[in-house]
Design a protein around this ligand. Structure first.
Ligand SMILES: Cc1ncc(COP(=O)(O)O)c(C=O)c1O
Length: 386
């Protein structure tokens, strides 16, 4: 028998009534009536140009060939240009931010290193880091004092001479906190001064009203993780990128998994998405942002519940229900029965998972209103009587 790896993912607890997590996801995926607030995906596209480009690609039949292994040059260039990064930067196209994260960890971390992450955060980052580094320092950030995010001071307090990477998810899944220009500059100074790499995961960048790239301040020390799953609404197509200096990309190329390149149809969609972005991005960003207010009004009606970071800079937020006595798992289960898919906090936090649910809101306004009504109602029903 193969012994479990030290970094083996803890078996996920299957939601009530499902034998496996996979069965659960199949169930929510197939249910056309399900209101999809559980995966930070984006359901606001009309898909016209993106879908057309992919349909053309299928009709041309070119998918019987392998694509260029690092991505079509046009797409690589469009990604770098989208970030406004100049000469010296390059993009490597991947099958999503997830693959990008893995490759960055694999390339940068050595067995004696440690990596700094935060809790709450995107837990697969900790898992990937633990596969290549000696240890992962997950800093608790669920407090008003630090603004519900990693701060340069917290990094300085927690790092040691073996720290080789700091992960900055920006905006942060699950809370929606993001970094100011001064904070990004301070992280860049730490990276430059201490020979540390910044893993800047900008998966939710375009939902933020204001966003700053670490690559602008620590170009040699930053790997930027890019995804087409969120603002571009292409999660199921599994496409993303790593953007870094050509030297760093050259090094990452030596450890790739997808040696034969990334899905041709997804790349055709991604090219169309980037080319058409200025025609749809403001509509999607603004609708998403406005949807938050509907949720805030509902949360304000529930005694003891609050939103730690409001407004969120992402397309998701946490609702803290700890003081109400309601278990986030029960709340998620009850909402699911009403065909509303949200996640309990344990999905994004080891230390604070019993305090909140996480939900995303880049969905039609009417669906957010259905959530708002049901949230108030279910909380009332589940609240323990004194
Ligand atoms: C912070 C963060 N990074 C990366 C990803 C993965 O993105 P992708 O779908 O591009 O693999 C997610 C997905 O939710 C995420 O929240």
């Amino acid at each position: 028998m193969i012994s479990p790896k030290k970094y083996a993912k803890a078996a996920k607890v299957s939601p009530n009534g499902f034998k496996t997590t996979n069965e659960f996801f199949n169930y929510v995926f197939k249910d056309e009536e399900m209101i999809w607030m559980g995966q930070n995906t984006n359901h606001l596209h009309d898909h016209s140009e993106i879908a057309e480009a992919m349909i053309d690609c299928i009709n041309e039949g070119n998918y019987c060939k392998y694509p260029p292994p690092e991505g079509f040059p046009e797409l690589k260039e469009l990604v770098v240009r989208d970030l406004g990064l100049g000469d010296g930067f390059e993009a490597l196209i991947t099958a999503g931010g997830t693959e990008s994260l893995y490759l960055c960890m694999n390339d940068i971390l050595e067995p004696e290193d440690n990596a700094i992450t935060c809790d709450p955060g995107y837990l697969i980052i900790d898992n990937f880091a633990s596969r290549f580094a000696c240890s992962v320092i997950s800093i608790p950030i669920y407090s008003r004092e630090c603004g519900y995010k990693l701060t340069p001071e917290l990094v300085l307090e927690n790092m040691d001479r073996n720290t080789h990477m700091v992960s900055l998810i920006d905006p942060l899944n699950p809370l929606g906190s993001s970094y100011t220009k001064d904070e990004i500059k301070a992280f860049a100074d730490i990276a430059n001064d201490h020979d540390i790499y910044l893993l800047h995961d900008i998966t939710y960048r375009d939902f933020a009203m204001d966003h700053h790239l670490a690559a602008d301040y620590a170009p040699e020390k930053t790997v930027t993780v890019y995804s087409f799953s969120k603002i571009y609404g292409m999660a199921g197509l599994r496409i993303g990128a790593i953007v870094a200096t050509s030297d760093l990309i050259e090094s990452i190329k030596s450890i790739v998994i997808n040696d034969l390149g990334t899905n041709v149809i997804s790349q055709a969609g991604a090219i169309a998405a980037l080319r058409s972005k200025n025609r749809w991005v403001d509509r999607i960003r603004n609708t998403t942002f406005r949807n938050q207010k509907i949720i805030k009004d509902a949360v304000d009606e529930v005694d003891g519940a609050f939103i730690p970071v409001y407004p969120s800079s992402g397309n998701m937020m946490a609702i803290d229900i700890h003081k109400t006595g309601v278990d986030p798992l029960d709340l998620a289960d009850y909402l699911l029965k009403r065909k509303i898919f949200v996640r309990q906090g344990a999905y994004t936090s080891r230390a604070f998972g019993d305090r909140y649910i996480r939900l995303s809101f880049s969905i039609p306004r009417e669906q957010v209103e259905i959530f708002a009504e049901n949230f108030v109602d279910v909380m009332e029903f589940l609240r323990p009587s004194n």
